[in-house]
Design a protein around this ligand. Structure first.
Ligand SMILES: CC(=O)SCCNC(=O)CCNC(=O)[C@H](O)C(C)(C)COP(=O)(O)OP(=O)(O)OC[C@H]1O[C@@H](n2cnc3c(N)ncnc32)[C@H](O)[C@@H]1OP(=O)(O)O
Ligand SMILES: O=CC(=O)O
Length: 534
């Protein structure tokens, strides 16, 4: 085996991360595990093809024994016992890493997925920041002279790293001539540099695992963790991971996923945005009864979304695992108090529902939301670190409840179509500029939310959806609205930014919303473009 890196110096300190030993570890991971990834991705495609023929899903008959079995996951380590507020955000730039660590949240989900453009700079800078953070030695001075230091007056957030999903390659690394698997590069570099120091402190390493579609994908992660612990002589079971249930197929395999990851399993998270994306993706050609209304009209109180979160809490607590809530996309605006108050109220409502349903903690997108979420969970948890012992025998979710999309009342409107196109282009442009999350119209937009926007447009064109106004969504209509939204963006951003990022983003979005074939992930063609742009 040979591992090759095309650029050894994407950041000034890259040599500290891309050491021969760390690369040898990443190579070992590829040697043992990369070969299983294409088969798992192929399985996703096969299942999607089955859904195209018959849009039904059910719990798996072959794993009924696992669902009926009486097993639990291991007790959480002390450091991870209280997760009532988790802030999410990218691990690069450094100032955001420091802000997240200092935010007062119990946990920081350090994101190399939805909130991060996987430029080689960002990947290596993120691992550098995480390595400094693990050693308590992270600081930064901005161009304007603002100093960022880790606080010493209160605990820092505990770091839980989210590597990329299985679908994303890493173009800057090849192993035996094959493009590396992004997830194995992220995990391998982070684990190699930090496993020992974190495990000595009892602080991990801990991970969040994104976008999985079946328990077999969880099995792969479990095998990777077992191998990595042995390779670096870290006690077995030190790694703990929380899996995002953010695909519709995974919702049917919650027990099985916890079972597969059992020695390393910590909990499940209700990743609502990717979940909605997955519903659109999987039922995109199943007709009008599987169409969602405008994104703004889909609330967590919709019956099929409640079925998903209720089942998640029930499953987790039965297995002694954390049930983690998701992200309300509203964010405060420090310059606009009214926007902030509205965001606080929406977040309060969202977190109250989660805490009362039995979730053990939840996510926020912004430091100013940490106290809002904390107050709600403090009210329900009090001095208890979590409510894992709260069982939900009252929950009775059937397969049909999870996919009863038509139970959601709502409409598809021209405003929704316009917003989807605007957001898809604006987000993709910002992503191409190296920033994986951005506030647009006071909402947090990241890869998951942008996937919803562009997928919904594809579905509406495909289905010839009739909007509330009576107009039918045709290719011509989408071209026309897209051109108008591009004009709007042209007027809103600097000329050079428009030329460099927004115009290519507009063409990318045009191609994927109008193509016959559905594009599985927006970030795949965007990553090709990013790599070409250099
Ligand atoms: C679907 C999912 O997967 S959800 C999880 C993935 N998505 C995310 O993690 C998004 C996280 N949130 C963010 O990235 C940001 O909040 C954004 C992009 C939405 C908004 O950021 P900004 O426009 O910078 O917001 P704003 O100007 O109010 O920020 C104020 C300060 O808080 C910091 N800040 C804002 N959000 C965060 C965050 N999540 N983590 C750390 N710091 C943050 C900003 O860096 C800024 O710091 P500064 O004053 O030192 O310059
Ligand atoms: O990753 C989280 C989501 O909501 O999607």
């Amino acid at each position: 085996m040979t591992i090759e890196v095309s650029d050894h110096a994407p950041t000034p300190r890259a040599a500290e991360i891309l050491t021969p030993e760390a690369l040898a570890f990443v190579e070992q991971l590829h040697d043992r595990f990369a070969g299983r990834v294409p088969g798992l991705l192929e399985r996703r495609a096969e299942r999607r093809e089955q859904l195209a023929r018959n849009p039904r899903l059910d719990f798996l008959p072959e794993t009924a024994e696992i669902r009926a079995g009486d097993w639990t996951v291991p007790e959480p380590p002390a450091a991870l016992a209280d997760r009532r507020v988790e802030i999410t955000g990218p691990a690069s730039p450094t100032k955001m890493a420091i802000n997240a660590l200092n935010s007062g949240a119990k946990v920081w989900l350090a994101d190399l997925e939805d909130a991060s453009t996987p430029s080689w700079f960002n990947v290596i800078d993120a691992i550098t920041n995480l390595s400094d953070a693990a050693r308590g030695d992270l600081s930064f001075t901005s161009g304007e002279g603002k100093e960022y230091r880790l606080r010493t007056d209160a605990p820092l957030a505990l770091v839980v790293v989210r590597p990329r999903g299985w679908h994303l390659p890493e173009h800057h690394v090849t192993v035996n001539g094959e493009t590396a698997v992004g997830a194995l590069v992220d995990f391998g570099l982070h684990f190699f540099h930090n496993a020992r120091v974190l495990s000595d402190k009892g602080e991990g390493p801990f991970y969040y695992l994104p976008k999985m579609e079946s328990h077999l994908e969880a099995r792969l992660w479990n095998d990777i963790f077992t191998f990595a612990e042995e390779a670096l002589e870290i006690p077995a079971g030190t790694v703990r991971a929380t899996m995002l249930i953010e695909t519709i197929t995974a919702a049917f395999e919650m027990d099985e996923m916890l079972y597969e990851l059992r020695p390393h399993a910590s909990g499940l998270n209700a990743g609502r945005w990717d979940y909605l994306f997955s519903i659109i993706k999987n039922f995109r050609d199943a007709g009008a009864s599987f169409e969602l209304p405008d994104r703004a009209q889909v609330a967590m109180t919709a019956p099929f979304m409640r079925a998903y979160t209720e089942l998640l809490v029930q499953t987790c607590h039965k297995r002694g695992a954390f049930a983690m809530g998701g992200m309300a996309a509203v964010i405060p605006n420090r310059r606009e108090p009214e926007v902030t108050e509205q965001a606080f109220q929406k977040v309060r409502d969202d977190k109250s529902r989660e805490a009362n349903d039995g979730f053990d903690g939840s996510w926020v997108a912004h430091p100013d939301l940490v106290p809002v979420c904390a107050e709600i969970f403090d009210g329900v948890l009090g001095d208890r670190p979590n409510q894992i012992d709260r069982q939900r025998p009252d929950v009775d979710v059937q397969a049909a409840d999870l996919i009863d999309i038509s139970s959601l009342q709502g409409t598809a409107t021209m405003v929704g179509l316009r917003t989807n196109l605007y957001v898809a282009v604006a987000y993709t442009a910002v992503w191409l500029s190296g920033n994986g999350a951005v506030a647009i119209h006071n909402l947090m937009e990241d890869a998951a939310t942008a996937e919803i926007s562009r997928s919904q447009v594809w579905q509406q064109v495909h289905n010839g959806t009739v909007l509330e106004s009576g107009e039918t969504v045709t290719r011509e209509l989408v071209e026309h609205v897209l051109d108008e939204e591009l004009d709007r963006l042209h007027g809103e951003v600097a000329v050079d930014a428009y030329e460099r990022y927004y115009a290519p983003a507009g063409e990318l979005v045009r191609t994927i919303v109008l193509s016959e074939e559905y594009t599985d992930f927006l970030t795949l063609p965007a990553y090709d473009l990013l790599t070409k742009q250099g």
